[in-house]
Design a protein around this ligand. Structure first.
Ligand SMILES: [Zn+2]
Ligand SMILES: [Zn+2]
Length: 221
């Protein structure tokens, strides 16, 4: 509502081409969709039509990723996460929604929990907002059944540190129904450790079908 009102006063500029109107214009959105990632979400190397290659051993069986964290997609994510551009949740969520296949109506959307200090810094929970949009558009439930057991920061951490941090980072709260699929949502996957351990926590708690959807994949340099 406030978004809509504000857009009349200060119209958005496309973060790709600068055109007035939306944060992501149709042309730039088309280009992102056309570049869609077909690489394994877990290793970023192997290709697979399920989103996971044959050599990666993970607790989830299906993964969707909009694309590589580069170009327009990188700018949009950067504005959303680090420039306080709250309204970017809409085009980002739409990209994600358009990438995810048809889901059973029993599917439960589970956001990867954001570090509490990051939520305080931004004033919003960026992953929860995306997950809420996915659940709303697909008319399925959202449950925050995963919580963080530590508050370690990932930015700036090395690959090895990230894996070690993620390993103890999650616990499942609340009942898991083994008969329904769980769809984990995250914004960016780097080493894949966060998603890997979140999925393992869900599986250990009784989930039998776990899927993953993320906006972008980033390779560590
Ligand atoms: Zn554009
Ligand atoms: Zn792989």
């Amino acid at each position: 509502m406030i978004d809509t009102l504000l857009s009349y006063i200060a119209p958005h500029l496309c973060c790709g081409c600068g055109k007035i109107g939306a944060l992501l214009c149709d042309d730039c959105k088309y280009n992102i969709n056309n570049d869609a990632s077909v690489l394994c979400i877990a290793c970023g190397i192997g290709a697979s039509d399920t989103g996971i290659c044959k050599t990666c051993d993970v607790a989830y069986t299906r993964a969707w990723c909009v694309g590589e964290r580069s170009g327009v997609l990188q700018r949009l994510i950067g504005d959303y996460k680090f420039q306080n551009m709250y309204a970017a949740y809409r085009p980002l969520a739409l990209l994600l929604i358009e990438h995810i296949d048809q889901l059973p109506s029993t599917t439960v959307v589970v956001p990867i929990p954001t570090v509490a200090s990051h939520v305080r810094e931004r004033g919003y929970d960026h992953t929860l907002l995306l997950a809420k949009q996915v659940a709303k558009h697909r008319d399925i439930r959202l449950r925050q059944v995963i919580t963080r057991t530590n508050s370690s920061r990932q930015r700036g951490a090395s690959g090895v540190q990230r894996v070690a941090q993620a390993k103890v980072a999650f616990k499942v709260t609340g009942k898991i129904n083994p008969a329904v699929p769980y769809l984990l949502i995250d914004d960016v996957v780097t080493t894949g450790a966060t998603i890997k351990y979140a999925a393992e926590a869900l599986r250990a708690a009784g989930a039998t079908q776990i899927w993953v959807a993320v906006i972008a994949r980033q390779l560590l340099d």
